[in-house]
Design a binder for this molecule. Structure first.
Ligand code: GUN
Ligand code: ZN
Length: 470
């Protein structure tokens, strides 16, 4: 342990010009790791290193402690990663996470729509948005692509809460004008008016961006899909998010509702909703032509492992998507998903691939939740890595918690083995701190930050040699 700052040390600067340095074992990616490679040049592991941030941005990375004018958070021996990016999650569904007994379409009507209807109350939406974002941070997720509800107040509440916390958020009013309860549908004219106002209020403000948000094809008329497409065409900086080919009964329903479309994806493509800023959740039941079209558009699939298992939706063909050239990011899809923890979702993703006869490395999983998501969203200059110039969205993790994980970590002989065991066994209880743009927005209860003078890095706990090589 290092000494507390001495009384006459220069005080760390506050406010503008704020400088913070975080010490730990830095892990991020410089490229997309090759499928199946446990030893990959795309992995950047820098043991016992300081990451330096000034005015919210990473300005450097160095082995030695910076001078005492920096606030120094010494997490020697812990993992330091970019904050996770959850590319598909529902802010109004925390109240129905872990609901028993249904597949997608029943689950929506039995559990989900009633929970979302409660968000017409603006006060409820505000409390829920704050709780949701604090929960994301407490799970190590600092950026997200989010479905709130159809209610404009729920979108306002979510964006406002994200702005308060300085988070990168992509979200938009959920569009539904059929096949849903009356309190959750609107008409094309209302949808258009509310979307335009929300885009004007929030798109491009601070770290916020608007996504044209079509719930899924069955709950939108052709007219509403056409409106969504018009908006995307009018402003190519807007994102688009929706669900795609998640469940077999859903796919059959789409074929009944849109018999003219070759495939589920084509319903969206025909409406102008397939483009480089499209985020398609799930994409399980696709064919090669769909995959080729998604890749050609530069769109992404937000793979949602715990949701796919919990709702019995199917086994995502990650390898086929990747071989087709599709960006695959990772998502919790709470409340269909069973945890906001991206680590829990990575562990589930591994099991899905195992059932599909594939092996998912820790590198591919972690990349999908960090740099891969950032690249897919066109935000690699801002999030997803510890690269100087990006915003300092950084999380500090215990490499093991509890006796079983600690013993397993000690037995690991390579970096991949150790990180894979961490990914498989860890969850939000391993999270020590989450920084958003250089500010600590979450610290584990009872966690004592060591503000280190750290003139002598030699006082740190001995380094584990197993962590030094790839
Ligand atoms: N398809 C349409 N709406 C939803 C939703 O809220 N969650 C999931 N998982 N799939 C959907
Ligand atoms: Zn979803």
């Amino acid at each position: 342990m290092t000494a507390p700052p001495s009384a006459n040390a220069p005080a760390p600067r506050a406010g503008r010009g704020e400088r913070i340095a975080i010490r730990g074992d830095l892990l991020d990616f410089v490229a997309d790791p090759e499928w199946g490679a446990t030893d990959s040049p795309a992995v950047r592991f820098r043991p016992d290193t300081w990451v330096l941030a000034e005015d919210g941005r990473i300005v450097g990375v160095q082995a030695d402690a910076p001078d005492p004018t920096w606030q120094r958070d010494d997490h020697a021996g812990r993992l330091v990663l970019p904050g996770f990016v959850d590319t598909h999650v529902h802010s109004a569904q925390l109240d129905v996470i872990a609901s028993y007994g249904t597949e997608l379409l029943d689950w929506l009507t039995t559990h989900t729509f009633p929970a979302e209807a409660r968000h017409r109350d603006g006060a409820h939406a505000e409390v829920a948005a704050a709780h949701f974002l604090d929960a994301l941070l407490a799970h190590g997720t600092t950026s997200a692509v989010v479905f709130p509800t159809v209610h404009a107040a729920s979108v306002d509440a979510l964006f406002a809460a994200a702005e308060t916390r300085g988070m990168r958020l992509v979200a938009g009013k959920v569009l539904m004008d059929r096949n849903a309860p009356a309190e959750l549908v609107d008409d094309v004219a209302t949808g258009e008016r509310e979307m335009e106002a929300l885009v004007a209020r929030w798109h491009g403000r601070h770290r916020l961006a608007y996504a044209v948000t079509v719930r899924f094809a069955p709950t939108s008329s052709r007219e509403q899909l056409a409106l969504a497409g018009r908006l995307c065409r009018a402003d190519p900086t807007l994102y688009m998010q929706t669900h795609l080919a998640e469940n077999r009964a859903e796919v059959r329903w789409v074929h009944e509702l849109f018999p003219e479309a070759r495939s589920y994806l084509d319903v969206y493509a025909n409406a102008g909703l397939l483009h480089a800023k499209s985020v398609f959740a799930h994409g399980i039941w696709l064919d090669d032509a769909d995959r080729a079209a998604i890749a050609a558009a530069g769109a992404q699939i937000a793979h949602s492992p715990s949701s796919n298992l919990f709702l019995g939706s199917g086994l995502f063909g990650w390898r086929a998507a990747r071989d087709a050239g599709i960006h695959v990011s990772l998502a919790s899809d709470v409340g269909g998903g069973t945890s906001l923890s991206m680590l829990r979702n990575m562990a589930d993703a591994y099991k899905i691939q195992a059932l599909a006869g594939e092996r998912l490395t820790a590198w591919t999983a972690l990349h999908a939740a960090t740099r891969g998501a950032a690249v897919a969203l066109g935000l690699a200059g801002e999030i997803g890595s510890l690269e100087p110039g990006t915003l300092a969205d950084v999380c500090v993790w215990d490499p093991a918690a509890g006796t079983v994980a600690t013993r397993r970590a000690a037995a690991a002989r390579s970096l991949h083995e150790r990180v894979f065991a961490w990914m498989t066994l860890a969850d939000e209880r391993n999270l020590v701190a989450a920084y958003v743009a250089g500010k600590a927005r979450y610290r584990r209860r009872g966690e004592r930050v060591i503000l280190s003078e750290a003139k002598d890095p030699g006082v740190a706990p001995p380094r584990d040699p197993s962590l030094r090589s790839g």
